[in-house]
Design a protein around this ligand. Sequence first.
Ligand code: BES
Ligand code: ZN
Ligand code: ZN
Length: 494
Amino acid sequence: MYESIRVASRGSASVLVVGQQKGKGLDKATAKLDTEGWIASAAKRAEASGDVGSMAEVNEVEGYDRVIVLGLGDGECMSATGLRKAAGVLLNRLDAIKAESVELALAGALGGSVKDEAVAGSAFGEGLGLAGWSCETFRGEATGAKPGLKLSLHPSGKRFTGGIERGLALAESANIARTLSQTPPNVATPAWIAAEAKKMARTTGLKCTVLSGRQLEDERMTGLINVGKASENLPRLIRLEYTPSGGGRKNAKPVVLVGKTMTYDSGGLSIKVGGGMKGMKRDKDGGCAIFGAMHAIATVIKPRVPVVALLVAAENAISDEAYRPDDVLTFRNGVTVEVTNTDAEGRLVLADGLCWACDKENPAAIVDMATLTGGVVVALGSTFAGMWCDDDSLRKKLDEASCASGELVWRLPHHDEYREMMKSPIADIVNSAPVREAHPIQGAAFLSYFVDKNIPWAHIDIAGTHAASSSKPPFIAGPTGFGTRLLAEFLDRF
Ligand code: BES
Ligand code: ZN
Ligand code: ZN
């Protein structure tokens, strides 16, 4: 896969890519490039259907080694999602033919809901950048090293080019989240993630503070201390802060992002069985997505409001020190929790983050993101993340960001009856109710005990969307970075 993908400032390209709408021949702008008629005849071939990602190729014409006619979908309803996919398919082809420079002449074929060339460029850039991700860090001597090529892009049109640059940058942030997700749990401990956050903060101008040990006790971070205490890899609270340059909007309160960052979820004493544990290195993906979003916020979005990220990082392990079913924990806000299942640990560490956000950050809004429940995977599969948000204005911004990023969220309900389900016979609430019904909603209901009623809040459960089980351009099987682009687009609208 490519080592880097950049917009070139000069030089020429060996591959030309033109766009094609479904069921149509060449558009006028493309026809102008086609002085010899070869491109038009390629566009008539059966494989040039115009469906998203269809491709027909001609060699050695118009001064290029190769011309690719790339399908962009139905002209009437062409979408950013379609452009991301088409870009992903294209990138895989460019990689296969070892192309090093490509001219993107797509403007003439754009249409549908993405007539705006900047928006189209961003989606196309995201698709190229996301498809370009791979993580070879953990290959050793037994795998032959493949030399990574550099790809230079020559897009046409100022707005489209600006969009491509934005999209590539957003993909870079999402790819940071994916690489963190991919990093195994013997490397990516809470302390390691904290060190990575400090490094990222230094290079992007964010502020980073990390709490551990006594500091967590002083701040009554009950969930982190208890969930994390069985592991040698002790918990951390990682706080990243973005301050707008020039002060930003006057008196703006911060948006606070809270991420479940479970570096490994063995289930604890309520141990995961039957293959349920494999893959739980990705139980940190809420925090990884927010890590990536903070990178995008600092480098691409630069919103006019402050943003604070709280990554609640721990490892849910087993030892004689482990917290246990039957323990009762008292949280920072005074709420007591009877532990009924140590595998429902995410909500306990998120509770700390939510209490901290309400108490210490004076937030305009809080958004938490977590691989919280297997139940959300049953409900929504890998297409939508579950979203709980009863604040209309906050929800509207998240819905818009969801459309723009293609990272889809679907609203699920809060209700007092769900809060009732979480009541404990001996403490205030339990961390896992005895019944399985409405499982992902129970998680949201639990969290609601830790958020002040007057603060706009959204909970997003990404257990179904944070990783893909098979390749689906622009993604390969593995981590998707879901949430980084959603939150970046969200802050772009704040
Ligand atoms: N980390 C898991 C949820 C999860 C499941 C994430 C599948 C990604 C893929 C979470 O901590 C968990 O174990 N949840 C339990 C809760 C139950 C014990 C109350 C679940 O959803 O089954
Ligand atoms: Zn768990
Ligand atoms: Zn978990």
